[in-house]
Write a protein that binds this ligand. Structure first.
Ligand code: SF4
Ligand code: ZN
Length: 360
């Protein structure tokens, strides 16, 4: 017996919607998928007419679908946005070079301007070089910290103050779980926010906050979007992997688990009296930081001094120790002109440090 779409009741149902279990036709799936994102954008007042928006584009499924859907909605509902693609080249041979080719094709397909910023230009190090130095254990810490700043700096170069990323509901639910498992109250309070903004000019938002990963994959597949699906060759992120597997198991039993975890995360209130890190700006590069030096500058410091565990070891210590260590570290750092020292040993790093300093 032919099963008809539960929404339009006209066309044949060809898929079961992961979020609701409804059996629907392709065009109704596109419509509900896009409309939910439109409602997320409107309900949260993410944009206003005339905004210039950078889409963090990696060539992967999330950001490719994000670019496609934002372009579609911008035209359909006349948001009046100027869209750009912004990519970060971490310098990972055999991975990012290939995925950037996808982004370049997306640029043609969607007719959007593209800007690429690279770790090599910004920091004087590629991820290939960093992995040679630090191995495969903490590489994602470097990469994550550097990427966050790189996106902000790319926005500053484009004169844009708002970047949207393809983080989806599964990513956010995973992060809630990880923050609970780690007892990281400060991050738990922030990780479900749909818009975040630090002291930098750049706002960051997540239009896919309530969009299921499985539906993003389905949308990309049915629409035959051109995306890159290989995993990073340096991806060891075991802790997130456990959270992901756990979440997928929960989702298999009860699909609403993903949204429920996000709602739980949103409902956590931070008790008054819990000490939160105070925000200031990095004395070296001007980026937002909870210490005198931002995380990227501490990590760079370690790399340039041949002590790549400098920032990492600190992260694993307790917060109290961290505060003491930071003070000590900063006093020491203030005694040297790091740029001069880097000039003697690593001229490219020195050039990058100077650039970082001058860009703010
Ligand atoms: Fe960077 Fe790690 Fe992601 Fe690879 S898996 S792109 S190294 S954060
Ligand atoms: Zn239908």
């Amino acid at each position: 017996m032919v099963k008809y779409c539960a929404i339009c009741e006209k066309d044949k149902a060809v898929l079961r919607r992961p979020k609701t279990g409804q059996q629907i036709c392709k065009s109704c799936f596109y419509f509900v998928f896009e409309t939910e994102i439109h409602h997320t954008i409107v309900d949260n007042k993410l944009f206003k007419r005339g905004d210039r928006i950078a889409i963090g584009a990696s060539g992967g499924k999330d950001s490719t679908v994000l670019a496609h859907v934002l372009k579609t909605l911008n035209e359909r509902y006349d948001y009046g946005l100027e869209l750009y693609l912004l990519s970060v080249d971490e310098g990972i041979t055999g991975y990012r070079d290939d995925s950037l080719e996808t982004v370049k094709r997306n640029q043609q397909q969607y007719e959007l301007p593209l800007k690429i910023v690279s770790y090599s230009d910004l920091y004087g190090w590629t991820m290939d070089e960093i992995v040679k130095e630090v191995g495969l254990k903490n590489n994602c810490t470097f990469c994550g910290v550097f990427r966050r700043q790189a996106l902000d700096r790319g926005c500053v170069m484009l004169g844009i103050d708002h970047v949207v990323t393809g983080h989806n509901a599964d990513d956010i639910a995973e992060t809630v779980l990880m923050n609970i498992l780690r007892g990281d109250i400060a991050r738990l309070g922030r990780c479900t926010e749909i818009v975040t903004k630090g002291d930098t000019m750049v706002r960051r938002s997540k239009p896919f906050k309530y969009t299921y990963e499985k539906e993003i994959v389905m949308y990309a597949y049915f629409k035959k979007l051109d995306y890159f699906s290989t995993e990073c060759i340096y991806s060891p992120n075991a802790y997130r992997g456990y959270a992901r597997t756990f979440l997928k198991d929960l989702e298999a039993i009860r699909p609403s688990a993903i949204i429920d975890i996000i709602h739980s995360g949103e409902a956590f209130e931070i008790k008054s009296g819990v000490k939160m890190p105070t925000q200031q700006t990095c004395t070296r590069c001007g980026y937002i930081s909870s210490n005198e030096l931002c995380k990227a500058c501490v990590l760079l410091e370690g790399l340039n001094r041949g002590l790549p565990r400098l920032g990492i070891t600190r992260e694993q210590r307790t917060r109290n120790d961290e505060a003491k260590e930071t003070k000590k570290g900063v006093t020491k750092i203030q005694h040297f002109s790091e740029i001069q020292r880097a000039e003697a040993t690593a001229p490219s790093a020195a050039r990058a440090l100077k650039k970082v300093d001058l860009s703010y």
